[in-house]
Each structure stands twice: as C-alpha cells, then as structure tokens.
Ligand binder design. Structure first.
Ligand code: HEM
Length: 349
C-alpha cells in the first residue's frame, strides 16, 4: 500500500494540503440549510440525467419510423428500461423545479448584485439551456402530444419578427417536423445542451469560488470564523445526504407515477388538445392571452428584463435607495407565473 502510494505520489505530485487549499473554501453557516444551498440540487440531478440519458441512448433510435417503437421497447421490454426512463423523466422535472427555486433564492436575497452580476448572466444561460433540454427531450418520444407540442413551439418561433422563418427552419431542419427534426433534436438534447450546461456550470462554480457565496447574516449568528464551516468534508457530506434523499424520491416517483407513452405521432391528424410540458404552461397561456405579435414581443421583453435584471435593479436602487422594488416586482412575477401555470393546467383549451 505504501509502495503504491509512493508510486502514485511520484507520478501525480499533488499534496493533500494543496488539494485542501484549492477545494476547501469556508462556507457561510446559512448554507447548512438545504433551501439556501439549492444550487447543488440541479447539479446533482444533472449528473443523474447524464447517466440515465447515456443508458437510454443505447436503445433509442432517432427517426420517425423507429423513435416511438424504441421508446416503447425501453418502457416495456428492456431490462429496467421503465426504471431508467422514469428516473430520467422525474429528474428532468425536479431539475427544472430546483433551478427555478434556486434562482428565486438568489433573486430574493439580492445575491445577484455587485459583484455577482456575471454569475446571474451565466445562471440565465443555465436556465435557458435546461429548458431547451426539457423541450427537445420531450419531443424525442414521438408521441402525438410531443410531436404537436414541438410543432406548435416551432410555429411560435416562426412568428418572431425578422428572424422567425430562419429560426423555425433551424429548429426543424425542414418545412415541417420530420426525420431531420428528430436527429437535430437528438443532437441538441444529447450533446449540445449537456455540453453547454457543463461549460456554463464550470464558469458558474469558478465565479462562486472566486467571490465566495454571499454572506447572509441572520440575527444571533456568529461572525468571522465561527460563522463558517468547511466545504470538505462538511458541505460535501450534507450534499451527499441530499443526493441520497433525492434518489429515494426519484425511485418512489418512478414506481408510483411511471413514465407513460401516449398514442404514436400522426402528422396528418392534429389532436383537439395540445399541451406542452408543465414548465412551458406559463408561456403557452401567455400566448393565448394576447395576439401572436403582442405576446411574442412581451415574452421577448420579459426574457430580456430577466437577463439584464442586475443592471436594471442597480439603476432602480440608485433612484429609489430606500424602496426595495425588486421584492415587489419579484413577488408580482412569482404570483403571475404560478397563476398562469395553474390556469393552463386546469383548463383543456
Ligand atoms: C443548472 C442550473 C444551475 C446550477 C447547477 C447552479 C448551481 C449553483 C451553486 C452550486 C451555487 C452555490 C450556492 C447555492 O447553492 O445557492 C450557485 C450560486 C449562484 N447561482 Fe446558480 N446554478 C444554476 C442556475 C442559476 C440560475 C438560473 C441563476 C440566476 C439566473 C443562478 C445564479 C446564481 C448566483 C448569482 C449565485 C451566487 C449566489 C451567492 O453568492 O449567494 N444560478 N449556483
């Protein structure tokens, strides 16, 4: 054992102290509670997605003739296919939910403010990449709802002024959803969005490491060294417990609410009710509330405002130093998102 350690130490000249100094930043005490340290949850769930996604890709065949049949095979015949598909589906749902909750935590604690504006921008990139992965993944199943959901999505993209037709063509790779679309979505889902998430997450963590996590002080909490704990092993151990609890939850969800398969896509028959996945309900309802052009312009304005929020907030705070406009604007946005999502979920049209 000693000989092996000496052999390895010579070839990999890394000392324990060096590693500890590099990884062991002091973490503020508030991060002991899961809801303040929510960023670790989508990071873990992304790992689950990569592993289960690789297993699914062994069997999945992206072409209109084979896609649906291969998903049916995974669900009903492949060994543990139902479990792997169930984990992938539920981890996607929980990943999107936890990214949104993490963003809300960052928003309402003002953790995006100077000097962390760039990390907010990277976070917005992570949010958009996560949503793209959700959209393209659902469309791969090639069932009636996912086919028509993707077609509606492409038509919405096609209505964006100026760039719309090019955007639609880029998305579908053809005039309508066909074999080109499936291979395009497969590459986007299985390679481009995961690679984008890895790169963006790496930069996100680098900035967190450079700035440290925001110090949130609660009444009665000690300051200085006593107000912090070690990343290694303390934070890593509590994240491991979160990961174990999440795996039990994912397994329970995959057993109790297994991933189902609707009827096969039929490009010649539009279903009476078209619904996207729950995380696009808000956008879908928004589009039904206004005329196409007004809704798309409004959506563009809202996403741009979200991206530029740290700078808008800085500008507002200079003019209204004693008011906290972000709290009111954030609370109104959360209420609107919940209301539109519930509304879309509750009605058929
Ligand atoms: C896949 C998605 C994401 C992952 C895996 C992730 C991961 C993390 C982690 C591990 C932290 C350390 C502190 C914590 O856990 O709260 C963090 C902090 C941060 N995140 Fe994210 N994040 C994601 C998305 C986002 C989004 C959507 C935003 C906002 C638009 C965002 C903005 C920030 C900011 C500003 C910080 C610094 C917070 C502070 O210093 O207190 N992140 N992120």
């Amino acid at each position: 054992m000693t000989a092996l350690r000496a052999w390895l130490g010579e070839r990999l000249p890394l000392r324990g102290e060096q590693l500890r100094a590099f990884t062991n930043e002091p973490v503020p005490n508030h991060m002991k509670r899961w809801w303040w340290a929510l960023g670790g949850t989508p990071a873990y769930l992304f790992g689950v997605q990569v592993l289960t996604g690789i297993l699914l890709a062994f069997q999945y065949q992206p072409s209109p003739k084979t896609a649906y049949e291969s998903v049916r095979f995974i669900t009903h015949e492949a060994a543990f296919g139902w479990y792997v598909r169930g984990l992938h589906k539920w981890a996607a749902t929980l990943m999107i939910a936890s990214v949104v909750l993490h963003q809300l935590r960052v928003f309402f604690t003002g953790a995006y403010r100077r000097p962390r504006e760039l990390n907010w921008l990277l976070g917005m990139g992570l949010l958009l990449a996560t949503l793209t992965a959700g959209f393209t993944g659902y469309s791969l199943v090639y069932e009636q709802l996912s086919y028509w959901g993707a077609t509606v999505g492409a038509n919405i993209a096609g209505s964006v002024p100026l760039v719309g037709p090019v955007l639609r063509r880029l998305m579908l790779g053809a005039d309508q959803y066909d074999a080109h679309t499936l291979s395009r979505f497969f590459v986007l889902h299985g390679a481009i969005t995961p690679a984008a998430i890895v790169v963006l997450f790496g930069m996100h963590v680098l900035l967190i490491r450079l700035h440290g996590v925001s110090e949130l002080r609660f009444e009665g909490e000690p300051e200085g060294k006593k107000g912090h704990f070690d990343f290694w092993p303390d934070h890593v151990l509590s994240e491991t417990i979160v990961a174990l609890v999440l795996m039990i939850l994912l397994t329970t969800l995959a057993i109790v609410f297994p991933a189902t398969l609707g009827p096969r896509a039929d490009p010649l028959s539009t279903p009476e009710i078209i619904k996207p996945e729950w995380f696009f309900y808000v956008a879908f309802r928004w589009l039904k509330l206004f005329s196409r052009n007004v809704a798309i312009a409004g959506m563009g304005a809202i996403v741009s405002l979200m991206i530029g929020w740290p700078f808008v907030d800085g500008w507002l705070r200079k003019r209204l130093p004693r008011a906290e406009p972000s709290v009111w604007i954030g609370a109104a946005a959360v209420l609107a998102i919940v209301a539109l999502t519930v509304w879309e979920g509750a009605v058929s049209h």
